[in-house]
Design a protein around this ligand. Structure first.
Ligand code: NAP
Ligand code: GLV
Length: 308
């Protein structure tokens, strides 16, 4: 069995070591040293189109992340080449930590207390009501559902919006374009955990963001291109939105001249909310390769019609 690795970074040695341990019977090589056309399986992150095009005879391509928007030329591949994304693999825990921090920082008004400290001001602010602090999560998949459960455990009202309805204990489910407006109108903190697809690109534009109540806050940990930057800035500057925590951007790294960098109501991080962990990912992928070799089904297969 031949396995090809392309990680678009400097960590391919760590992936190859971990794969050699998990699948000692396999031949594991880096692209372009090994030919893509000979691979049975490929583990890829941000591959160039010519690499993907040469995988027409592979059994499966494993994307080394949850989002497959950076996988080019998929439509050129035969349908029986499976595209499999990472299912959690250590990312849900990281995403919960990040989003809880962003929301609780806002809910407990830490930024206001930082300002007060700078002014030497001792003032106990009246507490915001948790009942009025509904957390609305766009996307209730592997990560969105876990983040929703974490907020339920803390006693926040939680609602999710997804393509298909969900039954998650303690969570109100909204589904489909027809329910998006009422979901937004009743959300105080909007957390975006949608994949980037034809349908979600530019979804959060002026019209949709304006449906949020005055004073709402955005946390985007999905993909930058789901949000229209200029519309978000305009709504924050007009006072309709209170601010945003952004981990992902239309162009990454975020260009130095982008207004997000120095905006007083925007907190940003460089795409770190949930990073791919080599060990957990190799454990998941090697178990799936063994199942595929045994003719068994695996989870995490991307539905190419929907693009996620
Ligand atoms: P997932 O399991 O595929 O879940 C996607 C969710 O989005 C599902 O609930 C799906 O609805 C919903 N959805 C998709 N298209 C929709 C549409 N047109 N309308 C309404 N809902 C729609 O993905 P995941 O593992 O949770 O990851 C979500 C995204 O997070 C990834 O695609 C990636 O872009 C991002 N991410 C970012 C980081 C980071 O470090 N910033 C790390 C990991 C992941 P259904 O349930 O009905 O199918
Ligand atoms: C990271 O952004 C991922 O999609 O896993």
């Amino acid at each position: 069995m031949k396995i090809l690795v392309h990680t678009a970074g400097s960590d391919s040695a760590a992936w190859i070591d971990a794969l050699n341990q998990a699948l000692p019977e396999a031949g594991i090589d880096r692209w372009p040293a090994a030919r893509a056309a000979d691979a049975d399986y490929a583990l890829l992150w941000k591959p160039p189109p010519e690499l993907v095009r040469d995988l027409a005879h592979a059994k499966a391509i494993f994307n080394l992340g949850a989002g497959v928007d950076s996988m080019p030329e998929l439509s050129a591949l035969p349908r029986d080449v499976l595209l499999v994304r990472l299912d959690d693999a250590g990312m849900a825990e990281q995403m919960i930590e990040y989003v809880l921090h962003a929301v609780i920082r806002r809910y407990r008004e830490f930024d206001a207390y930082v300002d007060q400290q700078r002014e030497g001001l001792w003032h106990q602010r009246s507490r915001l009501s948790k009942n009025e602090f509904t957390v609305g999560i766009l996307g209730a998949g592997v990560l969105g559902a876990e983040v929703a459960r974490a907020f339920v455990r803390l006693g926040f009202p939680v609602q999710v919006w997804s393509r298909t309805p969900k039954a998650i204990s303690g969570v109100t489910s909204f589904a489909g374009p027809q329910e998006l407006d009422s979901f937004l109108a009743s959300t105080r903190v909007l957390v975006c955990l949608l994949p980037l697809t034809r349908e979600t690109k530019d979804l959060l534009d002026q019209v949709r963001l304006a449906r949020l109540p005055r004073g709402a806050y955005l946390v985007n940990v999905a993909r930058g291109a789901v949000v229209v930057d200029a519309d978000l800035l305009a709504l924050i500057d007009s006072g309709h939105l209170e601010g945003a925590t952004l981990d992902v951007f239309r162009d990454e790294p975020l260009p130095k001249a982008h207004p997000f960098w120095h905006h007083p109501r925007i907190v940003l991080t460089p795409h770190v909310s949930a990073v791919t962990r080599v060990e957990a990912s190799v454990a998941q992928i090697s178990a799936k390769i063994r199942r595929l070799e045994a003719g068994l089904p695996v989870t995490g297969i991307v539905d190419r019609r929907h693009g996620y």
